[in-house]
Design a protein around this ligand. Sequence first.
Ligand code: ACO
Length: 402
Amino acid sequence: VIDIRNLYSEGGVFTFDPGYTSTGSCESAITYIDGDKGELLYRGYPIEQLADKSNFLEVAYLLLYGELPTAAQLEDFVGRVTNHTMLHEQMSYFFRGFRRDAHPMAIVCGTMGAMAAFYHDSTDINDAWQREVATIRMIAKMPTIVAWAYKYSVGQPFVYPRNSLDYASNFLNMCFSVPTGEYVVNPILSRAMDRIFTLHADHEQNASTSTVRLASSSGANPFACIAAGVACLWGPAHGGANEACLRMLRQIGTPDRIPEFIAKAKDKDDPFRLMGFGHRVYKNFDPRAKVMKQSADEVLGLLGIENNPTLQVAKELERIALEDEYFVEKKLYPNVDFYSGIILDAMGFPTSMFTPIFALARTVGWISQWKEMLEDPHLKIGRPRQLYTGPTQRDYVEVEDR
Ligand code: ACO
């Protein structure tokens, strides 16, 4: 690692690194990834252990405050989150301003940004108490925002949070219960949902997290910064890959068509890529994909749809790609998005909801990174340099002379 801080101001030179493949933007003690080994640790704890033994709110506490909570600390934290699950009633009218066919990510992005207009007492980033209230509010309200974006898109009435339910069950209830029926959250589905949240909670300096850090480096309010993260996550090369992946698996349809799609992905004249494959950092299996695959088997088994054709195509695609020279040589392995869509689809979510659910979970990581950054006494505004390739100075030409 070469520390090149102030290289430009001291020597008049700067590094050129498009895509930041070799540039560290910050110091962080939150998440560790060893891309060659396929290892992911939150505050030192392996993701597999957390997915198996912990739960999302405990993981949220760990990411935010650095240590696993004691029983009393966890109870207090869960209590505070639960206290803030309601959205300001006026915000329900904000949802109603959108077209019914709006993508839920557009609604989530807009609504998260709009929270700054509703919660004035938690926008001052220089006040530690306000930062803490904003943290709890965003974690608590994100499930309500995402569930309401869904309810709005299907033309059903909003379901208010039920504080007797745990975080994941409350989210499922707000998505799937209707005033005319009895909806009881299946504990196995709730556990699978919670695990999806845990697996997506943080992933160090990815595009959306870096966006949150860059936005907050200007001193912007917390809701604006997290809305910026939501916007960045939407792209198909990042969080939007889960939606694109399920669409691709359905398009493949049957295992016999897999070679055709593998050939397309290898063709350099074709922009098509195998969605859910490859990662900037992992050059080995994404450890989250392994847990997700196991979870997909459990959930589909529980629902009695283990012969689901999409799952069969996914497994066969994974098998063929992992034996293919192109994918082996380029170290392209399934990433977290490869199996998550299959689980969410089996739970009854439309593909447009996959990325909002990712955003819900990642909110915890974004906020943890935002908090860490604001607590750094050496905080500087993020301001990359550029390699200018435009014209040299020239004189303005009057329109009649052009
Ligand atoms: N299918 C086919 N070829 C691929 C794929 C893929 N999914 N991913 C990478 N490659 C190839 C590229 O064409 C490139 O080939 P080349 O060296 O011959 O030009 C090489 O592998 C390296 O790819 P880059 O795009 O340079 O790698 P980068 O680190 O910039 O991109 C990314 C990583 C964006 C994830 C990429 O692998 C991709 O587009 N994957 C599909 C989308 C996806 O699943 N995204 C989710 C990422 S995980 C997340 O955000 C939660």
